[in-house]
Ligand binder design. Structure first.
Ligand code: 5GP
Ligand code: MG
Length: 179
């Protein structure tokens, strides 16, 4: 599995130190508000688990699942809702935790969907941002790392459902998905 990684882009240590900073920032911004963190399955789960533990304020959490990619490395653009929230977010402060903001199609869909539920506020926290690929009008309020336009895996991110359990973020060797 590790042999399929061309280069480690973000080490475990770098992930943890940046998440510690992000958690402090979010905790400061939501002091006294008891936000609901919404994780977007499945890619965000590692980031979600580390991020909520780095944010030392009372909070709730919930999950939703959407799909866009299939087995490719380029977003199909068509987003399907696979699992909706179980919590009622009406009047609540919501923070979406997502693995990566790429074209923006996924988060555009997620934000539009959640806004219909009338939260008091809605912000986006993305671990990774590939701004050069954006086609949908959307930006994150909190970004962990801005990365170049390369297909990355690990720390929750998959290629064809594999590599999610790699503890760092790495660039996948192109020959793996060109096969
Ligand atoms: P968007 O809809 O913004 O184009 O893409 C967001 C989703 O596409 C992410 O939640 C993630 O599942 C997937 N994605 C985008 N870029 C990458 C990447 O470099 N690696 C992996 N593994 N998934 C990506
Ligand atoms: Mg995802």
């Amino acid at each position: 599995m590790h042999n399929d990684i061309a280069e480690i882009l973000i080490t475990e240590k770098e992930l943890q130190s940046r998440i510690a900073e992000l958690g402090k920032e979010v905790a400061k911004d939501y002091e006294g508000k008891t936000p609901i963190f919404v994780g977007v399955l499945k890619g965000a789960i590692m980031f979600f688990a580390d991020m909520v533990r780095a944010t030392p304020i009372p909070c709730e959490y919930d999950f939703m699942a959407v799909s866009s990619y299939g087995a490719g490395t380029i977003s199909s653009g068509k987003i399907n809702l696979i699992k909706d929230l179980s919590a009622d977010i009406k009047g609540r402060h919501v923070v979406i935790l997502e693995d990566i903001l790429d074209t923006g199609n996924t988060l555009r869909f997620v934000v539009d969907h959640l806004m219909e539920k009338e939260p008091a506020s809605l912000k986006i926290c993305a671990l990774l941002d590939k701004p050069s690929r954006r086609t949908a009008p959307i930006e994150a309020d909190y970004v962990g790392f801005t990365i170049p336009n390369q297909f990355v895996v690990g720390y929750g991110l998959d290629y064809d459902e594999i590599y999610r359990n790699i503890p760092y973020v790495g660039i996948l060797k192109p020959e793996v998905y060109k096969k």
